[in-house]
Design a protein around this ligand. Structure first.
Ligand SMILES: CCCCCCCC/C=C\CCCCCCCC(=O)SCCNC(=O)CCNC(=O)[C@H](O)C(C)(C)COP(=O)(O)OP(=O)(O)OC[C@H]1O[C@@H](n2cnc3c(N)ncnc32)[C@H](O)[C@@H]1OP(=O)(O)O
Length: 219
């Protein structure tokens, strides 16, 4: 594996771009609990067969709760700083649809650095269903995009996905632990070539080859 063939530029501080940063440890336990409960709620709503009275009552309750929570919204682009297992740290958007700490729609996928790149595990239910019993192909791409983006960011510096090519090799099942890995293959100026994989029981179900383009940090 060839990484960092050029010196990695300084990790940017999101605050220099006007983005607020929240420490992961400072996210209140009450908010984490709420996010987890709403995640379960979304799943239950998506699958409920409750009677119409119960549905109407639940809708009114949720309308009320929504109004009470819809105060003091966070600035768009708010970042969270996470301490990683190897003692380093990363920044991610706090509502990131794949990994955001406060996003109840996120699975969420938490990735950690490894000797090769990054690795994480997630099990998806029917919220992420495409074909019957299978993960939606767009969500497979989303998981891989997050993995290649994080691997690239940690090995070099943050960037945007310029290209993401996904090979869907086997159906990716719901309700099975998915192992997601990504590793940087090489870098060329601002381009970072990254491979990502999803495995189920050790078998590759999807594989991505991506080009991340590192964001230019103004001097
Ligand atoms: C703000 C700072 C704060 C930092 C905070 C940390 C951030 C978070 C960190 C970590 C989390 C990681 C988790 C995230 C994961 C999810 C990632 C996503 O979903 S990203 C959203 C989807 N992607 C887009 O919306 C991109 C849209 N495209 C663009 O904006 C531009 O096209 C961009 C930036 C990719 C390149 O534009 P140019 O103007 O900067 O640069 P040019 O000169 O065009 O390209 C640079 C090199 O890349 C090649 N290139 C560009 N596009 C290519 C392509 N499609 N295929 C092949 N090569 C391409 C070019 O040929 C050039 O190569 P040559 O160096 O000259 O050899």
């Amino acid at each position: 594996m060839t990484v960092n063939t050029q010196p990695a530029p300084q990790r940017p501080d999101p605050r220099a771009f006007g983005l607020p940063v929240v420490e992961q440890a400072d996210i209140p336990a009450e908010l984490r609990d709420l996010v987890a409960r709403v995640h379960t709620l979304i799943d239950v709503v998506a699958n409920t067969g409750a009677d119409t009275d119960t549905l109407a009552e639940a809708a009114a309750t949720i309308e009320d709760v929504t109004a009470r929570l819809d105060v003091a919204r966070r600035q768009i682009g708010t970042m969270v700083r996470r301490e990683l297992d190897d003692g380093t740290a990363e920044h991610g958007t706090i509502t990131n649809i794949v990994a955001g700490d406060t996003n109840p729609a996120a699975p969420p996928l938490f990735l950690q650095p490894t000797a090769e790149g990054v690795r994480g595990e997630v099990t998806l239910g029917t919220l992420y269903q495409g074909p019957p019993g299978l993960v939606h192909g767009g969500w497979i791409a989303a998981l891989l995009d997050q993995a290649v983006g994080t691997a690239s960011s940690l090995a070099t510096s943050p960037g945007l996905t310029a290209k993401l090519e996904v090979d869907y090799r086997r159906p990716t099942p719901l309700f099975n632990p998915l192992e997601i890995t990504a590793e940087v293959r090489r870098t060329e100026r601002r381009k970072v070539f990254v491979t990502g994989r999803i495995r189920v029981n050790g078998e590759i179900t999807a594989e991505a080859n991506a080009i991340m383009v590192r964001v230019e940090i103004p001097a």
